[in-house]
Ligand binder design. Structure first.
Ligand SMILES: [Zn+2]
Length: 206
């Protein structure tokens, strides 16, 4: 059954291609990035799921993980992951709020060992978007709406990106990663992204 979900027309996200920044969202600078390799086009968007600790939502913990300030003593799970040096370009919390951590022109550290159609190291050529969630609990409508707006804005700014080149972390790291998991509604996401991209004048690239 298709949900009667429409794209949130109040949310207008824009990306400045040169600066690599998205306007209208919270910015939290993550040190966990480096330059993209020269001569490689950014042409893939990777969707992830994250929650800290797993299954808990809210709080500052995603910001803190990507800022290398996650307090190890606050939860046993944090002690396991606080030394990881990871990031994503964007994260979308349960309420649909978007935060940017790394400029799109830089390489975020989200995919790890990965491969897409025979190309290794997907961080080199991808944009990483985290959704606050788990593999098994349905993601929120507000998150799909925000994801659609973000992907449309990215595709408008960078012609090498396309709604068709959107994958899950599990697609590029099978056997190692399972996110965003079976809870992620790909048909709904693709429908909303298609609508948002059309609104951005990108219909021909769907
Ligand atoms: Zn992931």
């Amino acid at each position: 059954m298709l949900w009667p979900v429409s794209v949130n027309e109040d949310m207008i996200l824009q990306v400045d291609a040169t600066s690599g920044l998205m306007s209208g969202v919270k910015q939290v600078a993550s040190p966990n990035h480096d330059p993209r390799p020269p001569g490689i086009e950014t042409d893939l968007i990777v969707v992830h799921g994250i929650s800290l600790p797993p299954g808990d939502f809210g709080g500052p913990w995603i910001d803190r993980l990507f800022s290398n300030t996650l307090p190890a003593q606050a939860h046993p799970y944090f002690a396991q992951v606080c030394a990881m040096r990871v990031s994503a370009h964007l994260a979308i919390t349960r309420d649909g709020a978007v935060t940017q951590y790394v400029k799109f022109t830089d390489r975020a550290w989200h995919a790890g060992q990965s491969s897409y159609h025979g190309r290794e190291q997907c961080n080199d050529f991808s944009v990483g978007i985290e959704l606050e969630g788990t593999d098994t609990l349905p993601y929120e409508q507000a998150q799909y709406a925000a994801l659609a707006q973000a992907v449309a804005a990215l595709c408008a700014a960078y012609p090498t990106l396309s709604p068709a080149r959107l994958v899950g972390h599990s697609d590029i790291a099978p056997g190692r990663k399972t996110d965003p998991g079976p809870a992620f509604d790909w048909p709904l996401a693709r429908r909303l992204i298609g609508a948002a991209a059309s609104a951005c004048g990108k219909a021909r690239q769907r």
